[in-house]
Write a protein that binds this ligand. Structure first.
Ligand SMILES: *Cc1c(COP(=O)(O)O)cnc(C)c1O
Length: 360
Protein backbone atom coordinates (compact mmCIF):
# COMPACT_ATOMS: atom_id res chain seq x y z
CA UNK A 1 0.00 0.00 0.00
CA UNK A 2 1.11 3.55 -0.71
CA UNK A 3 1.89 5.86 2.21
CA UNK A 4 -0.81 8.42 2.94
CA UNK A 5 -0.48 12.05 3.97
CA UNK A 6 -1.05 11.82 7.71
CA UNK A 7 -2.32 15.04 9.29
CA UNK A 8 -2.63 13.53 12.79
CA UNK A 9 -1.95 15.77 15.79
CA UNK A 10 0.30 13.24 17.50
CA UNK A 11 1.72 10.67 17.27
CA UNK A 12 2.28 12.20 13.89
CA UNK A 13 4.02 12.01 10.54
CA UNK A 14 7.77 11.36 10.63
CA UNK A 15 10.35 11.93 7.90
CA UNK A 16 10.23 9.00 5.50
CA UNK A 17 14.01 9.03 5.34
CA UNK A 18 14.24 8.43 9.10
CA UNK A 19 11.80 5.55 8.89
CA UNK A 20 13.70 4.02 5.97
CA UNK A 21 17.01 4.23 7.85
CA UNK A 22 15.43 2.62 10.89
CA UNK A 23 14.09 -0.16 8.69
CA UNK A 24 17.51 -0.73 7.18
CA UNK A 25 19.12 -0.84 10.62
CA UNK A 26 16.35 -2.80 12.30
CA UNK A 27 18.08 -6.19 12.50
CA UNK A 28 21.71 -5.10 12.69
CA UNK A 29 22.88 -1.66 13.77
CA UNK A 30 26.35 -0.93 12.36
CA UNK A 31 28.74 -3.72 13.28
CA UNK A 32 26.92 -4.72 16.45
CA UNK A 33 24.94 -7.59 14.98
CA UNK A 34 21.88 -6.52 16.94
CA UNK A 35 18.98 -4.09 16.82
CA UNK A 36 19.17 -0.82 18.74
CA UNK A 37 16.21 -2.18 20.68
CA UNK A 38 18.32 -5.04 21.98
CA UNK A 39 21.26 -2.96 23.19
CA UNK A 40 22.09 -2.27 26.79
CA UNK A 41 21.51 1.38 27.56
CA UNK A 42 24.88 1.24 29.33
CA UNK A 43 26.74 0.00 26.24
CA UNK A 44 29.27 2.18 24.48
CA UNK A 45 27.41 1.88 21.19
CA UNK A 46 24.12 3.02 22.67
CA UNK A 47 25.76 5.85 24.59
CA UNK A 48 27.07 7.16 21.26
CA UNK A 49 23.56 7.12 19.78
CA UNK A 50 22.23 8.92 22.85
CA UNK A 51 25.01 11.52 22.82
CA UNK A 52 24.43 12.23 19.16
CA UNK A 53 20.72 12.80 19.71
CA UNK A 54 21.41 15.20 22.57
CA UNK A 55 24.07 17.01 20.53
CA UNK A 56 21.60 17.46 17.66
CA UNK A 57 19.04 19.01 20.02
CA UNK A 58 21.68 21.41 21.31
CA UNK A 59 22.88 22.30 17.83
CA UNK A 60 19.47 22.70 16.18
CA UNK A 61 18.00 24.78 19.02
CA UNK A 62 21.25 26.63 19.84
CA UNK A 63 20.90 25.56 23.47
CA UNK A 64 23.29 27.57 25.67
CA UNK A 65 25.77 25.57 27.78
CA UNK A 66 24.15 26.55 31.05
CA UNK A 67 21.07 24.51 30.14
CA UNK A 68 20.62 20.78 30.69
CA UNK A 69 18.95 18.70 27.97
CA UNK A 70 17.00 15.84 29.54
CA UNK A 71 15.05 12.89 28.16
CA UNK A 72 12.31 12.02 30.65
CA UNK A 73 9.57 9.39 30.59
CA UNK A 74 5.94 10.21 31.33
CA UNK A 75 5.47 12.42 28.29
CA UNK A 76 4.48 16.06 28.39
CA UNK A 77 1.82 15.26 30.97
CA UNK A 78 4.51 13.94 33.29
CA UNK A 79 6.19 17.32 33.01
CA UNK A 80 3.01 19.06 34.23
CA UNK A 81 3.92 17.53 37.61
CA UNK A 82 7.67 17.63 37.01
CA UNK A 83 7.72 21.40 36.50
CA UNK A 84 5.72 22.01 39.69
CA UNK A 85 7.66 19.55 41.85
CA UNK A 86 11.01 20.95 40.73
CA UNK A 87 10.28 24.65 40.52
CA UNK A 88 7.24 25.52 42.64
CA UNK A 89 9.43 25.53 45.72
CA UNK A 90 10.32 29.16 46.45
CA UNK A 91 7.23 31.25 47.10
CA UNK A 92 5.10 28.28 46.07
CA UNK A 93 3.32 30.60 43.63
CA UNK A 94 3.30 30.54 39.84
CA UNK A 95 1.35 32.29 37.09
CA UNK A 96 -0.33 30.05 34.53
CA UNK A 97 -1.84 31.21 31.25
CA UNK A 98 -4.91 29.11 30.44
CA UNK A 99 -4.82 28.98 26.64
CA UNK A 100 -6.17 25.48 26.05
CA UNK A 101 -6.88 22.02 27.44
CA UNK A 102 -3.24 21.12 28.00
CA UNK A 103 -2.49 24.46 29.65
CA UNK A 104 -5.49 23.93 31.88
CA UNK A 105 -4.36 20.40 32.71
CA UNK A 106 -0.93 21.67 33.70
CA UNK A 107 -2.51 24.28 35.96
CA UNK A 108 -4.74 21.71 37.65
CA UNK A 109 -1.79 19.36 38.16
CA UNK A 110 0.32 22.12 39.73
CA UNK A 111 -2.42 22.77 42.30
CA UNK A 112 -1.42 19.51 43.97
CA UNK A 113 2.00 20.92 44.78
CA UNK A 114 1.57 24.60 45.54
CA UNK A 115 -0.52 27.69 44.90
CA UNK A 116 -0.46 28.40 41.17
CA UNK A 117 -2.69 31.14 39.88
CA UNK A 118 -4.43 31.51 36.52
CA UNK A 119 -3.24 34.90 35.28
CA UNK A 120 -5.25 34.97 32.04
CA UNK A 121 -7.66 32.65 30.24
CA UNK A 122 -9.48 32.32 26.93
CA UNK A 123 -11.49 29.34 28.13
CA UNK A 124 -14.79 31.24 27.95
CA UNK A 125 -14.17 31.97 24.28
CA UNK A 126 -13.50 28.34 23.48
CA UNK A 127 -9.74 28.97 23.40
CA UNK A 128 -9.90 30.39 19.88
CA UNK A 129 -7.16 32.87 20.71
CA UNK A 130 -4.23 33.43 23.02
CA UNK A 131 -5.61 35.45 25.95
CA UNK A 132 -4.53 39.08 26.33
CA UNK A 133 -1.78 39.40 28.88
CA UNK A 134 -1.38 42.35 31.22
CA UNK A 135 2.19 42.45 32.58
CA UNK A 136 0.95 44.60 35.46
CA UNK A 137 -1.00 41.56 36.64
CA UNK A 138 2.04 39.24 36.66
CA UNK A 139 3.20 38.18 40.11
CA UNK A 140 6.85 39.26 40.54
CA UNK A 141 7.20 36.70 43.36
CA UNK A 142 6.08 33.77 41.26
CA UNK A 143 8.52 30.88 41.01
CA UNK A 144 7.79 30.82 37.29
CA UNK A 145 5.40 32.01 34.57
CA UNK A 146 3.84 29.17 32.57
CA UNK A 147 2.73 29.23 28.94
CA UNK A 148 1.86 26.75 26.20
CA UNK A 149 3.51 28.19 23.10
CA UNK A 150 1.27 26.32 20.66
CA UNK A 151 -2.18 25.02 21.48
CA UNK A 152 -2.51 21.81 19.53
CA UNK A 153 -6.27 21.35 19.81
CA UNK A 154 -7.37 24.87 18.82
CA UNK A 155 -4.56 25.79 16.45
CA UNK A 156 -3.33 28.86 18.29
CA UNK A 157 0.15 30.19 18.94
CA UNK A 158 1.68 33.12 20.80
CA UNK A 159 2.59 35.83 18.31
CA UNK A 160 5.15 37.09 20.84
CA UNK A 161 6.43 35.87 24.18
CA UNK A 162 5.39 37.56 27.44
CA UNK A 163 8.01 39.69 29.17
CA UNK A 164 8.28 38.22 32.64
CA UNK A 165 11.28 40.14 33.95
CA UNK A 166 13.16 38.09 36.53
CA UNK A 167 10.49 35.41 36.72
CA UNK A 168 11.58 32.33 34.73
CA UNK A 169 9.41 31.62 31.71
CA UNK A 170 8.36 27.95 31.49
CA UNK A 171 6.93 26.70 28.20
CA UNK A 172 5.12 23.58 27.07
CA UNK A 173 6.36 23.51 23.48
CA UNK A 174 5.05 20.03 22.66
CA UNK A 175 3.45 20.89 19.35
CA UNK A 176 5.78 23.55 17.97
CA UNK A 177 9.26 22.81 19.25
CA UNK A 178 11.79 22.88 16.38
CA UNK A 179 9.20 24.43 14.04
CA UNK A 180 10.71 27.90 14.10
CA UNK A 181 13.55 29.55 16.02
CA UNK A 182 13.07 30.31 19.70
CA UNK A 183 15.75 31.93 21.82
CA UNK A 184 16.22 29.25 24.49
CA UNK A 185 18.00 31.83 26.66
CA UNK A 186 14.66 33.62 27.13
CA UNK A 187 13.26 30.60 28.97
CA UNK A 188 13.88 29.05 32.34
CA UNK A 189 12.55 25.76 31.05
CA UNK A 190 11.12 24.28 27.86
CA UNK A 191 9.55 20.86 27.58
CA UNK A 192 7.89 18.93 24.79
CA UNK A 193 6.36 15.51 24.34
CA UNK A 194 8.35 13.81 21.60
CA UNK A 195 5.53 12.51 19.44
CA UNK A 196 4.62 15.70 17.57
CA UNK A 197 7.70 17.36 16.17
CA UNK A 198 10.64 15.41 17.58
CA UNK A 199 10.18 11.69 16.91
CA UNK A 200 8.07 8.79 18.13
CA UNK A 201 6.22 8.77 21.47
CA UNK A 202 8.16 7.71 24.53
CA UNK A 203 9.68 10.68 26.27
CA UNK A 204 9.52 14.37 26.99
CA UNK A 205 12.45 16.52 26.05
CA UNK A 206 13.12 19.00 28.85
CA UNK A 207 15.59 21.84 28.49
CA UNK A 208 16.22 23.53 31.81
CA UNK A 209 18.50 26.30 33.00
CA UNK A 210 20.92 24.70 35.42
CA UNK A 211 20.53 27.30 38.18
CA UNK A 212 16.85 26.30 38.43
CA UNK A 213 17.75 22.72 39.28
CA UNK A 214 18.48 21.30 42.71
CA UNK A 215 15.47 22.75 44.48
CA UNK A 216 12.98 19.92 43.96
CA UNK A 217 10.48 19.02 46.64
CA UNK A 218 11.56 16.13 48.88
CA UNK A 219 8.60 14.08 47.65
CA UNK A 220 9.69 14.37 44.00
CA UNK A 221 10.13 10.94 42.44
CA UNK A 222 13.79 10.45 41.57
CA UNK A 223 12.87 9.93 37.92
CA UNK A 224 11.31 13.42 37.74
CA UNK A 225 14.08 15.26 39.62
CA UNK A 226 15.88 17.40 37.04
CA UNK A 227 19.14 17.63 38.97
CA UNK A 228 19.34 13.90 39.54
CA UNK A 229 18.45 13.27 35.91
CA UNK A 230 21.12 15.68 34.74
CA UNK A 231 23.76 14.10 36.95
CA UNK A 232 22.87 10.68 35.58
CA UNK A 233 22.78 11.79 31.93
CA UNK A 234 19.02 11.04 31.82
CA UNK A 235 19.81 7.43 32.74
CA UNK A 236 18.72 7.00 36.34
CA UNK A 237 17.01 3.94 34.96
CA UNK A 238 16.47 2.49 31.50
CA UNK A 239 15.51 5.33 29.15
CA UNK A 240 13.23 4.74 26.12
CA UNK A 241 16.27 3.72 24.10
CA UNK A 242 14.63 3.11 20.74
CA UNK A 243 12.52 6.28 20.81
CA UNK A 244 15.65 8.33 21.51
CA UNK A 245 17.46 6.63 18.61
CA UNK A 246 14.51 7.34 16.28
CA UNK A 247 14.39 10.94 17.45
CA UNK A 248 18.06 11.17 16.51
CA UNK A 249 17.27 10.00 12.98
CA UNK A 250 14.50 12.60 12.70
CA UNK A 251 16.81 15.35 13.96
CA UNK A 252 19.49 14.32 11.45
CA UNK A 253 16.90 14.73 8.74
CA UNK A 254 16.00 18.16 10.11
CA UNK A 255 19.65 19.17 10.08
CA UNK A 256 19.85 18.09 6.44
CA UNK A 257 16.89 20.37 5.65
CA UNK A 258 19.01 23.28 6.85
CA UNK A 259 17.90 23.20 10.48
CA UNK A 260 15.18 25.09 12.29
CA UNK A 261 15.74 28.39 10.50
CA UNK A 262 15.20 26.77 7.10
CA UNK A 263 12.31 24.53 8.07
CA UNK A 264 10.59 27.59 9.61
CA UNK A 265 10.39 29.17 6.14
CA UNK A 266 8.86 26.00 4.75
CA UNK A 267 6.47 25.76 7.70
CA UNK A 268 5.28 29.35 7.28
CA UNK A 269 4.72 28.77 3.60
CA UNK A 270 2.82 25.52 4.17
CA UNK A 271 0.57 27.22 6.75
CA UNK A 272 0.02 30.23 4.50
CA UNK A 273 -1.24 28.03 1.66
CA UNK A 274 -3.84 26.51 3.98
CA UNK A 275 -4.89 29.78 5.61
CA UNK A 276 -5.17 31.47 2.22
CA UNK A 277 -7.39 28.64 1.03
CA UNK A 278 -9.55 29.02 4.14
CA UNK A 279 -9.76 32.81 3.91
CA UNK A 280 -10.67 32.69 0.21
CA UNK A 281 -13.23 29.97 0.74
CA UNK A 282 -16.99 30.29 0.87
CA UNK A 283 -17.31 26.87 2.48
CA UNK A 284 -14.50 26.74 5.06
CA UNK A 285 -13.93 29.09 7.98
CA UNK A 286 -10.91 29.25 10.25
CA UNK A 287 -11.42 28.39 13.93
CA UNK A 288 -8.51 30.29 15.50
CA UNK A 289 -8.48 34.08 15.46
CA UNK A 290 -6.11 35.48 12.88
CA UNK A 291 -3.69 37.07 15.34
CA UNK A 292 -3.27 33.75 17.17
CA UNK A 293 -2.93 31.34 14.26
CA UNK A 294 -0.60 28.36 14.62
CA UNK A 295 1.67 27.25 11.79
CA UNK A 296 1.60 23.65 13.04
CA UNK A 297 -2.09 22.92 13.64
CA UNK A 298 -4.57 24.52 11.26
CA UNK A 299 -8.19 24.34 12.46
CA UNK A 300 -11.20 25.03 10.25
CA UNK A 301 -14.81 24.04 9.78
CA UNK A 302 -17.71 24.44 7.38
CA UNK A 303 -20.26 25.36 10.04
CA UNK A 304 -22.26 22.24 9.21
CA UNK A 305 -21.32 19.09 11.12
CA UNK A 306 -22.57 16.73 8.44
CA UNK A 307 -20.57 18.55 5.79
CA UNK A 308 -17.48 18.44 8.07
CA UNK A 309 -17.92 14.69 8.40
CA UNK A 310 -18.29 14.32 4.65
CA UNK A 311 -15.11 16.32 4.09
CA UNK A 312 -13.12 14.26 6.59
CA UNK A 313 -14.34 11.04 5.04
CA UNK A 314 -13.77 11.97 1.43
CA UNK A 315 -10.34 13.45 2.23
CA UNK A 316 -9.37 10.15 3.84
CA UNK A 317 -10.53 8.28 0.75
CA UNK A 318 -8.18 10.54 -1.23
CA UNK A 319 -5.22 9.63 0.99
CA UNK A 320 -5.40 12.70 3.25
CA UNK A 321 -5.99 11.11 6.64
CA UNK A 322 -6.64 12.18 10.24
CA UNK A 323 -8.11 15.57 9.43
CA UNK A 324 -10.96 15.31 11.93
CA UNK A 325 -10.78 18.04 14.58
CA UNK A 326 -10.39 17.28 18.28
CA UNK A 327 -13.70 16.17 19.80
CA UNK A 328 -13.86 19.30 21.97
CA UNK A 329 -13.69 21.61 18.92
CA UNK A 330 -15.16 19.57 16.06
CA UNK A 331 -14.59 20.53 12.44
CA UNK A 332 -11.21 19.83 10.93
CA UNK A 333 -7.61 20.09 12.02
CA UNK A 334 -4.65 19.63 9.73
CA UNK A 335 -1.47 19.13 11.71
CA UNK A 336 1.40 20.07 9.46
CA UNK A 337 4.51 19.38 11.51
CA UNK A 338 8.04 19.60 10.12
CA UNK A 339 7.83 16.15 8.56
CA UNK A 340 4.66 16.87 6.55
CA UNK A 341 5.97 17.39 3.03
CA UNK A 342 4.85 20.56 1.21
CA UNK A 343 3.28 18.24 -1.40
CA UNK A 344 0.93 16.93 1.31
CA UNK A 345 -0.31 20.42 2.12
CA UNK A 346 -0.66 21.22 -1.59
CA UNK A 347 -2.71 18.08 -2.05
CA UNK A 348 -4.97 19.09 0.84
CA UNK A 349 -5.46 22.61 -0.54
CA UNK A 350 -6.36 21.19 -3.94
CA UNK A 351 -8.75 18.77 -2.33
CA UNK A 352 -10.43 21.61 -0.41
CA UNK A 353 -10.89 23.58 -3.64
CA UNK A 354 -12.38 20.58 -5.38
CA UNK A 355 -14.70 19.90 -2.45
CA UNK A 356 -15.78 23.52 -2.49
CA UNK A 357 -16.63 23.38 -6.22
CA UNK A 358 -18.85 20.40 -5.52
CA UNK A 359 -20.58 21.92 -2.49
CA UNK A 360 -21.61 25.44 -3.11
C1 LIG B 1 0.15 16.48 23.08
C2 LIG B 1 0.36 17.54 24.06
C3 LIG B 1 0.50 17.28 25.43
C4 LIG B 1 0.39 15.90 26.00
O1 LIG B 1 1.45 15.10 25.63
P1 LIG B 1 1.69 13.64 26.28
O2 LIG B 1 3.09 13.34 25.86
O3 LIG B 1 0.67 12.75 25.67
O4 LIG B 1 1.53 13.75 27.74
C5 LIG B 1 0.74 18.35 26.27
N1 LIG B 1 0.83 19.60 25.81
C6 LIG B 1 0.67 19.89 24.50
C7 LIG B 1 0.77 21.31 24.04
C8 LIG B 1 0.43 18.87 23.59
O5 LIG B 1 0.27 19.16 22.28
Amino acid sequence: MQRVYNFAAGPAVMPEEALATAAKEMLCYGQTGMSVMEMSHRSKMYQEIFNETEALVRELMHVPDNYAVLFIQGGATGQFAGVAMNLLTGSGKADYVDSGNFAHGAFVEAQKYGSPRCVASSREEGYVRIPDLDPAAFDPQADYFYITTNNTIYGTKYASLPETGGVPLVADMSSNILSEPYDVGKFGLIFAGAQKNIGPAGFALTIVRRDLMGRAMAITPKVLDYKKLDEAGSMLNTPPTYAIYMAGLCLKWLKKQGGVESIAQVNREKAAWLYDAIDESRVFKGVAEKGSRSIMNVTFRTGDEDLDAEFVKSAAAAGLVNIKGHRSVGGMRASIYNAMPPEGVKALVEFMKKFEMEHR
